[in-house]
Write a protein that binds this ligand. Structure first.
Ligand SMILES: Nc1ncnc2c1ncn2[C@@H]1O[C@H](COP(=O)(O)OP(=O)(O)OP(=O)(O)O)[C@@H](O)[C@H]1O
Length: 245
């Protein structure tokens, strides 16, 4: 069985060694290794079915029913954000954010987190009164209110329209600058990866085929020649034909 342990050094937040995960006879990850430094913002790209979510679930400890082996070291206080906000519809926005928080200052921290994601004044709203983008802001507030060392995000903006997605990019980058968690962001979107991350991993057939440091001054934009160079090399590695469209 895989061990899921805490106890990390200050310089390394995530360490995966010899991770094996599969379904039936098929190994998705077979002897997979990964290290992520404290405070790194890492994006994980890969074709559909390459094992991105399988890896994220292993890091989140959300695959207890899956057989596998290997060692997974992550901090004890990690948060996960998914493509859908997964709010409890019978709880008001603030109650969703502070769910699981203890202490007399929980509400105060929840309010502060909501203000940080631009939702001050919506504390008493019900989730279904919010737009998809607003619900995802609540999910981010809920993830960050506990000041996690590690934020795991599985295509958190995948269901949003293009404009909302761009706004969420700015917000996530802002929150990251303020709180400095280690981030692992699973995405299908090469531009999203290059815009947000300082390191991009490309998963292919259960192994890391590309491990690319993104060294771009902020604010990042498609107009930067280096941005286009990073995008091109990642698209090439993904096997996307760039002569089309
Ligand atoms: N519960 C499951 N039972 C059987 N096979 C599964 C299960 N979950 C995932 N798989 C298979 O494992 C492989 C990796 O899936 P995973 O969801 O990790 O890929 P992914 O890279 O996240 O894909 P996507 O980008 O489409 O979300 C796929 O071939 C998938 O069909």
């Amino acid at each position: 069985m895989a061990t899921h342990a805490g106890g990390l050094t200050a310089t390394r937040t995530v360490r995966v060694q010899g991770l094996v995960r599969g379904f039936g006879n098929r190994a998705v990850l077979d002897g997979f290794d990964l290290e992520i430094g404290a405070g790194e913002f890492v994006a994980l790209l890969g074709r559909s079915g390459s094992g991105k979510s399988t890896l994220l679930r292993a890091l989140a400890g959300l695959d207890g029913d899956v057989t596998g082996s290997g060692r997974v070291d992550v901090p004890g206080n990690s948060s996960v954000v998914f493509q859908d906000a997964r709010l409890l519809p019978w709880q008001r926005v603030l109650d969703n954010v502070v769910l699981g928080l203890r202490g007399p200052d929980a509400d105060e921290r929840g309010r502060a987190a909501l203000a940080e994601v631009g939702l001050a004044g919506r504390e008493r709203a019900w989730p279904n009164e919010l737009s998809g983008g607003e619900q995802q802001r609540v999910a981010l507030a809920r993830a960050l209110v506990s000041e996690p060392e590690l934020l795991l995000a599985d295509e958190p903006f995948g269901a949003l329209d293009a404009l909302t997605r761009l706004r969420m990019h700015d917000l996530l980058r802002e929150l990251y600058a303020r709180h400095r968690p280690t981030v692992l962001l699973v995405t299908h979107d090469v531009d999203e990866a290059v815009t947000l991350a300082d390191r991009v991993l490309l998963l292919d057939s259960g192994r890391i085929a590309v491990d690319l440091a993104i060294d771009l001054p902020a604010p990042r934009s498609h107009r930067q020649p280096q941005f286009l160079a990073y995008r091109e090399s990642l698209l090439r590695a993904l096997g996307v034909d760039q002569t089309e469209g």
